[in-house]
Structure formats: C-alpha cells, structure tokens
Design a protein around this ligand. Structure first.
Ligand code: FES
Length: 122
C-alpha cells in the first residue's frame, strides 16, 4: 500500500498527461460537489479510438493521480470501453482499494465521472 501511496503523491507533485488539447473532440469541466475540486478533460479521437487524452485540474492527491493515470489508460480505447470502466478499474489504476472510504471514492472517481459526462454530451 505504501508504494502505491508514494506513486500517488509523486503524481500529485509531477502529474502525467496534464495539459490541454486545443482541437479536442471531447472537452468537459466539472467539479466534485462535496469539495469543489475541479477537473477538465480533453480527448482527441482517431479511427474510433482515443488518440490522446489530457487533463487540467486542481484537487487532492488522489483526484490528480487518478486523472494522470486515467488519461494514460484510456489511450487506445474506444468510447464504449471507457463507458464500461468503473470503480474497480480506477482502484486498479491507483493501486489502492478505497471502497471503505466514501469521501475518497469521490476523489478517485472524479476524473472518470467528468470524462463520461463529456462522452455523453459529445
Ligand atoms: Fe476534492 Fe479529493 S478532496 S477531489
């Protein structure tokens, strides 16, 4: 568990996949209603799959690490495949099971929730 927490803290300090995609096919900004932390996602599609995905945001270590890892994980996936992702997949990416900590679940899930809203509104 500690090595995974180290990874989460490291991604908070030095995020991966952070930035914007000016000509993104999917753009969505939304908030975690329980704390006000914010994530924007940008996705560029090519041939029915995610060619690139980036995020911007301000939030706790778990939400920012989740965004870094999720943007990396969705590259090469179809939107249907992303639609099937849920809590289990996010916990696997983070390497921690937060299921007994409801407020942290919201942190971890924020990027995927924002991405799924963006896909729906596309
Ligand atoms: Fe706001 Fe984690 S405390 S997303």
């Amino acid at each position: 568990m500690d090595i995974y927490m180290d990874r989460i803290l490291e991604l908070h300090r030095n995020p991966e996949n952070m930035g914007e995609i000016p000509d993104a096919d999917i753009k969505k900004l939304d908030y975690n209603p329980s704390c006000g932390d914010m994530v924007s996602v940008f996705v560029k599609m090519k041939d029915g799959k995610v060619a690139d995905a980036k995020f911007r945001g301000q939030g706790c270590a778990i939400s920012m690490a989740s965004a870094s890892l999720l943007m990396g994980a969705v590259k090469g996936k179809t939107l249907d495949e992303i639609g099937k992702m849920g809590q289990k997949e996010v916990f696997e990416l983070l390497g921690v099971d937060l299921s007994r900590n409801p407020s942290r679940i919201k942190c971890a899930m924020l990027p995927l929730i924002v991405l799924k809203k963006g896909i729906k509104e596309r």
